[in-house]
Design a protein around this ligand. Sequence first.
Ligand code: FMN
Length: 396
Amino acid sequence: MLRFSTAGESHGESLVALISGLPAGVPVDQEFLDHELWRRQQGYGRGGRMRIERDTAHILSGVRHGKTIGSPVAMTLANRDWKNWEEILPVGEGDAEKHKAVASPRPGHADLAGALKYDFKDARYILERASARESAARVACGAVAKLLLRALGIEVASHVIRVGSAELSREASFAEIAALAQREEVLLACVDPESEARMKAEVDNALRTGDTIGGVFEVVVHGLPPGVGTHVNWDERIDGLLAQAVMSLQAVKAVELGRGVTAAQSPGSKVHDAIAYEAEPVPEDAGKFTRFTREHNNAGGIEGGISNGEDLVVRGYLKPISTLRRPLASVSFETRETTKAAYERSDVCVVPAAGVAAEAMVALTVARLVIEKFGGDSLRELHRNFSSYCEQIRAF
Ligand SMILES: Cc1cc2nc3c(=O)[nH]c(=O)nc-3n(C[C@H](O)[C@H](O)[C@H](O)COP(=O)(O)O)c2cc1C
């Protein structure tokens, strides 16, 4: 089974990423991993930290001569800021005078609930792990999952469809969305320049007023055959697994599959994707899996917890960043008096970066299900099983 886990804190020495259950023979391209990490650090509205960090995945195990060898892949991602925190957050006892307390919990963060739960008199140790810095380790694992999927012709990409009240005003093709990953400047990762300018104005307004802003990203998986995930058990449904994977990202407060939200307001005749059948057999290189076709994809590529061969479409709704330059009211842990919530250097808008982290979570989820369905200890074996299944459904 494909599994991954992360360790590390926001201002600790480094993040740790561990992914196991990969077949042998998956090409691992260091440049690709680092480019994915770079993408997570970009976007208009990021804070000062992104200027001092330039993440790179240091691979310790599981990859030799550029390919996986079947053993767990362990990676570290150094926190470049560590030198400034080494004495503030030492592993050993250190000097208590140097501790940098977070003295008043920030609404919207884990600060208060975490301090109560773990019995800390300030929120420092809570925010260190609750911070979305952790998502960098997920992106490193997700990049490896993406390379596995790519070897089977499956691609994962994301774009931003809303920032505050500014919305993408047209449909986007998968090619357009995938091309965003090659941009030299990410800005707001929107395929339409006019919509992106409106999104940028929303961020500018938040910057000007000391506020923050959320939005919606969309992750699309292209090239996934029908039949991944299953209706037979609740915890094996691909929709449920994707929802958990994306919802687990920091600041994501709702997940939508396909047109899930508008579907709830529309009659069935306008929602469900009618089925047609092509007269001609499907050639192997046609980029289609079966002769059954759909005119649209409101279902977002999933019916009954099973992929249906259309593009998988997963949206994540992001609350605005919780750390405000003009902080909300809070209470001092020490005096119990009303005060302002703590402020620490912070992002103002992270929708494109959250999209990149969600690509990783979606890739890891899909890769897990693909490995479960097709099996194989080497990429060659997995590929053979995958191709044989594709041939079977083409001939259906
Ligand atoms: C990529 C990314 C970067 C983030 N950067 C910040 C930040 O700089 N400051 C902040 O207060 N919250 C930031 N957040 C949001 C917090 O992590 C989030 O609000 C916090 O974890 C509480 O949300 P939760 O209840 O969903 O965990 C970021 C989120 C993401 C996905």
